[in-house]
Write a protein of this length. Structure first.
Length: 189
């Protein structure tokens, strides 16, 4: 498969931003690594920030599709899929290339509340929360919006813990908390 120069640049930029940060990655070094000129960069993107948004939007689609596919491959039962979310996260945390969540990293470096970068990050986080709420609904849990939001928060906490403290088992710890939340939701009051 032939990859376009734009897609190649986005792919290289994603790797460099993940490894070195958004501010820590200079345009000249990025272009040298990608083997493209400034003319090529500016033919596709008006600014570094526009390139960052393209990286985030592309990562959103790829990560989301892979994550959902992996969850579905681990479990058929809707309740088990809720727990499989944490198994997939655990696998991600154990990858050699795990630098944490690129969206959390982007928000940390771009504090402007209305920037397109933050908007792309909010969109991704909302999508993940909605996915988990949908799984809770499929599992016929009472108040799926509440339990789904709680489970999404556990996933976020595990991700940050794995990233900041290096605790690769954070997802499995969160999975046990998720198991308790699900059991509690299913217990009649």
């Amino acid at each position: 498969m032939v990859i376009s120069r734009r897609d190649h640049l986005v792919q290289v930029a994603q790797d460099e931003f993940a490894a070195h940060g958004f501010h820590g990655t200079g345009i000249d070094g990025l272009l040298a690594k990608a083997g493209v000129s400034k003319k090529t960069l500016y033919a596709h993107f008006r600014s570094k920030e526009e390139l960052i948004v393209a990286v985030l939007r592309g990562h959103d689609t790829n990560f989301r599709d892979d994550f959902k596919r992996d969850v579905e491959a681990l479990a058929d039962d809707p309740k088990e899929r809720l727990l499989a979310v944490f198994d997939v996260a655990s696998d991600w945390f154990h990858e050699k290339s795990f630098y944490g969540c690129i969206f959390i990293n982007a928000v940390a470096e771009y504090s402007e509340g209305t920037s397109p970068i933050r908007e792309a990050c909010r969109d991704f986080k909302q999508m993940m929360k909605t996915y988990i709420i949908d799984l809770a609904r499929d599992a016929s849990l009472p108040q799926p919006g509440v339990i789904g939001a709680q489970l999404a928060l556990l996933l976020e906490g595990a991700t940050v813990t794995a990233q900041v403290s290096g605790d690769k088992n954070a997802a499995l710890i969160a999975k046990e908390a998720a198991r308790s939340l699900i059991a509690s939701a299913l217990t009649p009051a």
